[in-house]
Design a protein around this ligand. Sequence first.
Ligand code: GMT
Length: 372
Amino acid sequence: MKIGIVCYPTYGGSGVIATELGKGLAERGHQIHFISYAMPMRLASYEGNIYYHEVEMANYPLFDFPLYTPALASKIVEVAQFEKLDLVHAHYAIPHATSAYLARQILGGSPKVITTLHGTDITLVGLEPSFLAVMKFSIEQSDGVTAVSRFLKEKTLTNYGIDKDIRVIPNFVDTEKYNRVECMQVRERFAPANEKILVHISNFRAVKRVADVIRIFNEVQQKVPAHLILVGDGPDRSSCELLVRELGIQERVRFLGKQTELVQILSSADLMLMPSQSESFGLAALEAMACGVPVISSSVGGLPELQVHGQTGYIAEIGDVGRMARYAIELLGNDTKMALFRQACRNRAVEQFDLKKIVTMYEEYYRECAAT
Ligand code: GMT
């Protein structure tokens, strides 16, 4: 098939899933056309059956705000016409589903539009009164809609009151690439050999509760010699750096900023912390699990669909820093249990969430939608 993939090119999970899906489909012989305002983060080094089309933004003094939605729609029209696309797959509904719908209308009803809902497009941003009506309409008008967890499917149906069949296709990870590697040198950079390493990876937005990560770690390091590695960047980073200094644990905490070599970092870690306020899936937790890193997380959203409490890690109520710290201390202090958890993490990632299995699910869904 010839497939247009519309996504955000940035560091977030929706862009990662869109890019890895496109790469996986291209390896199976599909022709993939990425459409975005910049080259997707994980695409840069890939060559093959993949094309990239950049959305050009027109500037005019009259426009106080960038008009991305119509610019994207025009680019989808152009690519669909000249590349003869069979379908357009929009990742993250705002504004991608709307632009794809507009393009399909302009083209007289084809190509088919599939929208994948990722999380905050439904649970947060889409509920803004200024977006709500357009979001509901764009989702209803898509030829196919998928959600990355059962939680997100239910939220969409109840929050928007739409009557539409939504297919749950979970997020995935390439478990051949995301696999624990020997990396003593990397590990030694972060901590002495006999000390533990905890990791957190996120966009440092309020929804990630990074301050809780630091408070959990503060309790852990009072009982177990440990270090914390924080990967990513975003609005809450400065306040978190301040908190680290206030707690006096700056010698034990490293802010690495945005990183691309996640496998090495995850392979050097003993535990991941993800105490989010909301998480429709938790892709960073899955990537950690694939590398054999158990996860201590909150019990929100799609996390209980990913994690098995007491096997791949532990789940606690949002904000229950004390309980999360106790779980971490217990696991870090029990080597036998840790080895079992590590293996369970790896097994679950390989058996339930491997790239090959999930790319097949998308392929089958494309065929179903194309046939209707
Ligand atoms: O958190 C965000 O707003 C970013 C968003 C994204 O584009 O990465 O994350 C959402 O999509 C990911 C990929 O499907 C999911 O793994 C994240 O759980 C989800 N974030 C939230 O629901 C907060």
